[in-house]
Design a protein around this ligand. Structure first.
Ligand code: PGA
Length: 252
């Protein structure tokens, strides 16, 4: 049985006051027995304070990106060690916004994945195709390429301490969600690709779906046998929505 996982990606939203309100509402609304592991990923400047607000709750802290280098003259970057130091457990790597807007390629994403694990952070590795790639029938080859870039340098064993998020680029922030069947198809492909190298790791690997998940569609997507929860953008900024999404998580 895989314990489901729901992570909120706050992206570049929030303020100290808004974060405090959101965390307060989440903590008040969470049941004592959460049906999933839950994390929130605030922007860098808010990590420390959000971590303090979450202290001793079941909600864990994640970051949205990490530098591939360990330390040094890298102006504007944040290292995995620093994320660990301020209390992060998770870090998102390879989000499509990083890939598309900041030109992060597969090789850099793989280095970030390694940097995260070198500091015992759990990487949430995002993969996913653009609309054009889907329409050309290249969905699985794109996802395989993104996955293999990491497997080639980190080895399949690294996935024992990682999470994968399948996020079709055309579904992120657009209101267009993949159908449960479309998500399941790609999730099953990812699990099968990992199983070719290690069946046990594949069986335990949590593969999240991301892209316009909201309270109204979470349950049917999370019901799919290879969908182990979600990476939630816009809807993670509204406490009632995010709580309902967490409540929709299902173990498989
Ligand atoms: P969205 O974003 O839920 O707002 O579509 C998901 C993500 O980018 O992780």
């Amino acid at each position: 049985m895989r314990r489901p996982f729901v992570a909120g990606n706050w992206k570049m939203h929030g303020s100290r006051a808004e974060n405090a309100q959101l965390v307060d509402a989440l903590l008040q609304g969470l049941p004592a027995q959460a049906p999933a592991d839950i994390a929130v990923c605030p922007p860098f400047p808010y990590l420390w304070e959000t971590g303090k607000l979450l202290k001793s709750s079941i909600i864990e802290l994640g970051a949205q990106s990490v530098c591939a280098e360990a330390m040094g003259a890298f102006t504007g970057e944040v290292s995995a060690g620093m994320l660990r130091d301020v209390g992060c457990k998770y870090v998102i790597v390879g989000h499509s916004e990083r890939r598309a807007i900041y030109r992060e390629d597969d090789a850099l994403v793989a280095r970030k994945f390694l940097a995260a694990q070198s500091q015992s952070l759990v990487p949430i590795l995002c993969v996913g195709e653009t609309l054009e790639e889907r329409e050309q029938g290249n969905t699985t080859s794109v996802v395989s390429r993104q996955l293999n870039a990491v497997l080639d340098v980190a080895g399949v064993g690294a996935l024992a301490n990682a999470v994968i998020a399948y996020e079709p680029v055309w579904a992120i922030g657009t209101g267009k969600t993949a159908t449960p069947e479309q998500a399941q198809e790609v999730h099953a492909h990812i699990r099968a690709a990992v199983a070719q190298q290690d069946a046990k790791i594949a069986a335990g690997l949590r593969i999240l779906y991301g892209g316009s998940v909201k309270a109204a569609n979470a349950r049917e997507i999370f019901a799919m046998p290879d969908v182990d929860g979600g990476l939630i953008g816009g809807a993670s900024l509204k406490a009632d929505e995010f709580l309902k999404i967490c409540a929709a998580a299902q173990a498989h």
